[in-house]
Design a protein around this ligand. Structure first.
Ligand code: PMV
Length: 390
């Protein structure tokens, strides 16, 4: 009988962005970053791992399709997990020599700037850690899969410390506050495009680190102060401060992309119209009620408080009409609200063309990886597909 461990792991979206590596192989960042972890009941990666003396080779299935296990990042994660198991003396030598089978799925589009690799690698590493009975922090191992994955190892609000040691042993994630700390916090992911990004984050970071002067300025003069300030804002639940820093940091990250040579462009005209709309809405509200942030893609991630969600959704529905309004919002339910005509007239906006925003995922802050017992591998270690797509 093979032993199977299955874990679901969350997506995280940074409010202080990681952009640039000081070590490409160990995936060590040039700067600290801060993120929020999203509820796995809405968006998650799910991974089953199994090991058995009869398995003839390491095998992996992603979204039901077999992929090569020779991917160096995958190899690094497995090797480090095994060496941790040796160091912690958690399992016997013969079990360590058995091959592993992995089956993993995301319930949201892969590589569309929705942090799928973060959730995926955090899930893989957390599942392997449980399989090999590792007790210590595994964020530094998840980091070897995808840098930002180290932040998905914890729930709530998380800081990834850049660290300074050449071996990367101090480049780990720690929790700033747990998932219950700021229960009113909500997230709207506005899916603008669900196609794969043009320039991978690895390639983009390399170009920026080699060519952008602004990147150097950001790392030295902006990130250290911003990181301390946003941590304070999170601890004090100071939304307007949190939102202002989040937006400024997103803008600076995309400015660095444009300052790179050749320039890298992730945001589209639609992304910029979302930015305009949020600024207009905040101005009109007389306070910062919504924050946007964009990763290496065109999708917007909005942070806002629960009581503002119905208003903001009605505004987005007006500004970005959909041909399929009944399927426009997925995730947590939203109280219905009619658009406030007074706000609309003051905002002076015209609706965009149809379906510029494909759909919205409504979610909240959630916990880190969790073990579950509905598996993606059968008792022979072969994949079964069950996950419900959003
Ligand atoms: O971990 P990677 O290689 O997918 O890079 C993530 C980069 C950003 O998403 C743009 C920023 C971040 O901190 O997550």
């Amino acid at each position: 009988m093979s032993n199977i461990v299955t874990v679901i792991a969350p997506v995280n979206i940074a409010v202080i962005k990681y952009w640039g590596k000081r070590d490409e192989k160990l995936i060590l960042p040039l700067n600290d970053s801060v993120s929020a972890t999203f509820d796995t009941s809405v968006m998650c990666a799910k991974t089953s791992v199994s090991t058995h003396p009869d398995f003839v080779e390491d095998q992996i299935w992603l979204n039901g399709k077999e992929e090569s296990f020779s991917n160096p990042r995958l190899q690094n994660c497995l090797r480090e997990i095994k060496s941790r198991a040796v160091a912690e003396k958690t399992i016997t030598e013969d079990v360590l020599s058995w091959k592993v089978h992995v089956s993993s799925e995301n319930n949201f589009p892969t590589a569309a700037g929705l942090a799928s690799s973060a959730a995926g690698y955090a899930c893989l590493v957390s599942a392997l850690a449980k399989l090999y009975k590792i007790k210590s922090d595994v964020s530094s191992i998840a980091r070897l899969g995808s840098g930002s994955a180290c932040r998905s190892v914890y729930g709530g609000f998380v800081r990834w410390h850049a660290g300074s040691k050449p071996d990367g042993s101090d480049s780990i994630a720690t929790q700033i506050a747990d998932s219950n700390h700021w229960p009113e916090m909500r997230v709207l992911v506005l899916v603008v495009g669900n196609t794969q990004k043009k320039v991978s984050s690895t390639v983009g970071m390399k170009i920026s680190s080699e060519t952008s002067e602004l990147l150097k300025h950001r790392i030295q003069h902006c990130v250290p102060q911003r990181t301390e300030e946003i941590i304070e804002a999170i601890k004090n639940k100071d939304f307007s401060k949190f939102a202002e820093i989040t937006m400024k940091d997103s803008n600076q990250f995309h400015a660095i992309c444009l300052d790179s040579y050749p320039p890298i462009v992730y945001m589209t005209d639609i992304s910029h119209s979302i930015v305009d709309l949020i600024h207009k809405y905040n101005d009109l509200s007389g306070e910062t009620k919504v924050a946007y942030t964009f990763d290496a893609g065109s999708n917007a991630c909005l942070y806002l408080l629960k009581h503002d969600v119905p208003k903001v959704i009605s505004l987005i529905k007006y500004a970005f009409p959909s041909t399929s309004p009944e399927n426009f919002i997925t995730g947590l339910s939203v109280a219905k609200e009619e658009i406030n005509t007074d706000i609309l007239s003051k905002l002076c906006i015209e609706p965009m063309g149809m379906d510029m925003i494909k759909y919205i995922i409504h979610t909240k802050i959630g916990e880190g990886p969790t073990e579950i017992d509905s598996h993606l591998l059968d008792s022979n270690g072969l994949p079964i597909s069950k996950i419900k797509k959003i």
